[in-house]
Ligand binder design. Sequence first.
Ligand SMILES: NC(=O)c1ccc[n+]([C@@H]2O[C@H](COP(=O)([O-])OP(=O)(O)OC[C@H]3O[C@@H](n4cnc5c(N)ncnc54)[C@H](OP(=O)(O)O)[C@@H]3O)[C@@H](O)[C@H]2O)c1
Length: 314
Amino acid sequence: MKAAVLQEPGAPENLIIQEIAAPTIQDTEVLVKVKAISINPVDVKTRSGKALYGQLKTENPVILGWDITGEVTTIGKYVKQFKPGDAVFGMVNFPGYGKAYAEYVAAPESHLALKPTNITYQEAAATTLAALTAWQVLVHVGNIKSGQKVFIQAAAGGVGHYAVQIAKYFGAYTVGTASAANAHFLHEIGLDEQIDYTKEDFTKKVQDVDIFLDTLGVDSVAKGISIVKNGGQIISILGGCNEENNKKTEAAGIRTQNYLVQSSGADMAELAHLLEAEHVKAHISHEFNFEDIADAHRQVETGKTRGKVVLNLA
Ligand SMILES: NC(=O)c1ccc[n+]([C@@H]2O[C@H](COP(=O)([O-])OP(=O)(O)OC[C@H]3O[C@@H](n4cnc5c(N)ncnc54)[C@H](OP(=O)(O)O)[C@@H]3O)[C@@H](O)[C@H]2O)c1
C-alpha cells in the first residue's frame, strides 16, 4: 500500500510517499481502506520534531496522522459493531500511534463510528480530531448548558468552527475571536458575536463568560481570567493553564483545566448524530490529493486555515 513516511523530523517535504506492507489487525480492530484523511496542527508540530514525535520516533517507518474515513475491509474476531463494507470515520489511537497517512489503517473498533450517509467522505474526514476536541471540551469537561456564554479563541479554525456549532446546538451564546476576513463565515455558522483580534481587545468587549475555550496558550488564558465569571471555567487545549494562571483563577473562583483530546467511538457516534441532523457541518477550505501531502502541511502551518484541510486517497 501507499503511505506517507516521515524520513526524519523537519520540513513538509520530509513526508515521502512509499510502498510499504499493509498493517495487520488485532482481534479488536478493523482494517479500513482509507478514502480521506485530515491534517491538524499537531500533525505539523509532530512532523517538525515537536508534539508527539518523541513518542512516535521509535517506530520504523514513522507514519503520522490520526483522522480517517473509509470502508471496513476486514474485522477482528471480537469486533461487534462493524462489518466489511461499512463506511466509518474516527480519530485513531490519539494521543498514540494512529498511522493514518496510508491507504490502509488498522483501527480499534472503539475509536470509530458509522459515517452518516448524508455527508461526503471529505466531510467525514474533517469531523474527527478537531470536532472531538470541541465536543469533549464543551460537553465532558465544560458540562455546557443552555443560556451559558461560551468564549472561543480562534473561532474560525478547525476546533473553533466545531465549537461554535456545538455550543449553539446546546443553546449557548457564543463569542469568538477571528480576523475580519472570517466575519461572514462565522456569522453563517451561527456565532453570535465576533471580536476582530487584530483590532480589538476582547477584555474590553466581553464579560461574564461561563466557558472560555482557549486555543492559543498561556497569554490568552492570562487575559481571559478577567472576562470569566466567578464559578466559570477556562479550558485550554494549548497548555494555557499554567501555575501562574491557576493561582489567579483560584483567587477569582474560576476552574481551569488543560485538556488533551482522546480517541472515542462513543463521542464519534454523538458527532455522527449532529452531522445527520445537520446541527454541525464541516467546513473544508482546502482539499488536496494524497501525493500533495506536503502542501497540505504547508497550509495548516500558516495558522490561518478556515475550518479544515482534507486529503483524498484514490
Ligand atoms: N489539546 C488538544 O487536544 C488539542 C486538540 C486540537 C487542537 N489543539 C491545538 O489547538 C490549536 C488550534 O487548533 P486548530 O485545529 O483549531 O487550528 P487551526 O485550524 O490551524 O486554526 C486556524 C485558525 O486560527 C485563527 N487564528 C490564528 N491566530 C489567531 C489569534 N491570535 N486569535 C484568534 N484566532 C487566530 C485563524 O483565524 P484568522 O485567519 O481569522 O486569524 C484560523 O482560522 C493548535 O495549536 C492545536 O495544536 C489541541
